[in-house]
Design a protein around this ligand. Structure first.
Ligand code: DQA
Length: 146
């Protein structure tokens, strides 16, 4: 369990690289995952990465993280703005979570300005494209050392 970090990509992030490139950039999810894994190696932590379009699957993954992972990095994507179930799962397992977003959700449509996840996250990183994940991973590793 020591130094193991779970990375969760929420709905539609499997379409990165083809979806709204002007907002999310041209990197595919596979390319992003490659960068996450390379940084994890550098930082000497283990990462497990999953993507799901299904809210319940994300809730299940968070619940099963208990005892297996010391921190998580999560981009809840569209669920950010209304999933009380994902928020409750994070609060329940009490594994520190870093919320990340490729785009700056606060400079976009008003429906994206509210994150129901943020109050239960250790912190949030938004607006830096692929770097949001890399900064998020660094933040998660920082939390392990606390
Ligand atoms: C997102 C922002 C969300 O508002 C949106 O629904 C996403 C991606 C981001 O990474 O910028 O799917 O989480």
């Amino acid at each position: 369990m020591k130094n193991k970090i779970l990375v969760i990509h929420g709905p539609n992030l499997n379409l990165l690289g083809e979806r709204e490139k002007s907002v999310y950039g041209s990197a595919s999810l596979q390319e992003i995952n490659k960068k996450i894994k390379a940084l994890a190696k550098e930082l000497k932590v283990e990462v497990e990465i999953l993507q799901s379009n299904i809210e319940g699957e994300i809730v299940n993954a968070i619940q099963s993280a208990k005892g297996k992972f010391s921190a998580m990095v999560i981009n809840p994507a569209g669920y950010t703005h209304y999933s009380v179930a994902i928020r409750d799962a994070i609060a329940a397992v009490r594994i520190p979570a870093v919320e990340v977003h490729l785009s700056n959700i606060y400079s976009r449509e008003e429906i994206r300005h509210k994150s129901v996840i943020a109050p239960v996250a250790a912190g949030q990183i938004a607006g830096f494209g692929v770097n949001s994940y890399l900064l998020g991973l660094q933040a998660a590793v920082g939390l392990l050392k606390k």
